[in-house]
Design a protein around this ligand. Structure first.
Ligand code: CA
Length: 245
């Protein structure tokens, strides 16, 4: 049987990736900058939080490596400040695994965490993984498009569901659940996976939460909510969104 290579339709033009490195320990910062530069990244260094924010505003990077323990303005504050205006990928650097547990629970919006000491190889792998995720999440569907889901039109960008041209009231989490399933149409997810993906891994809720939101979504989009054609239950597993080809 002939094996056809996958089409490279999502290939992006090669361009240097710019990384802002915010770290107050000079020796570590310079060692990281050297390691990343030799991998082809363009590095801007900042030695404290204020300098990091200034550098971020002056020339937005593709990714930020942000130390947690910085003098004066700490990494948490810097992360919050950046997140108020930007979804740029952020990897937080912590000195202890226990710090990582604590700050990842704060829901700062960091994309990943690395704990010192780490190898440059490990860090580069994390950087590439975060950049890939950011790239994939950037355009799940064409901007401004509306998708037909059963009886409804979903305006993904506007975060609205329209039924006969009228916006249906949905809680934000219900919309996020719908958007996630649209982005991953055809894939079956367990309730636990959906809690993890949509509510976040540190959400201490129950899987029944997913059922409640799914019920609301079916009411919003299905002709007969008890006999869904799009938002289907997979017995013993979870849910899947099926769209006509
Ligand atoms: Ca530090």
């Amino acid at each position: 049987m002939a094996i056809t290579p996958l089409p490279q339709s999502d290939a992006v033009p090669e361009r240097p990736i710019k990384i802002l490195l915010v770290e107050d320990e000079r020796a570590l910062r310079e060692a990281l900058a050297d390691a990343l530069t030799s991998e082809g990244f363009i590095i801007t260094q900042a030695e404290n939080g204020a300098a990091g924010l200034a550098a971020f505003r002056a020339a937005p990077p593709d990714l930020i490596l942000l130390d947690l323990m910085l003098p004066e303005m700490g990494g948490i504050e810097v992360c919050r400040s950046i997140r108020s205006s930007s979804q740029v990928p952020i990897i937080m650097v912590t000195a202890k695994a226990s710090e990582t547990d604590r700050i990842s629970g704060l829901d700062l919006g960091a994309d990943d965490y690395v704990t010192k000491p780490f190898s440059s190889r490990e860090l580069i792998a994390r950087i590439r993984a975060v950049l890939r995720r950011a790239e994939a999440g950037a355009n799940p569907v064409a901007v401004g498009s509306r998708l037909r889901i059963a009886e409804a039109e979903v305006d993904v960008e506007g975060q609205r569901v329209l039924r006969d041209g009228v916006a249906v009231h949905l809680k934000p989490k219900a919309f996020q659940l719908l958007a996630f399933l649209i982005e991953n149409a055809g894939r079956v997810y367990s309730r636990e996976q959906l809690l993890d993906k949509v509510w976040g891994y540190d959400y201490a809720g129950e899987t029944r939460t997913v059922d409640v939101h799914m019920h609301a979504l079916r009411q919003a989009v299905e002709a007969i909510p008890a006999e869904p054609v799009a938002l289907q239950t997979v017995r013993g597993i979870g849910y899947v969104l099926r769209r006509p080809a």
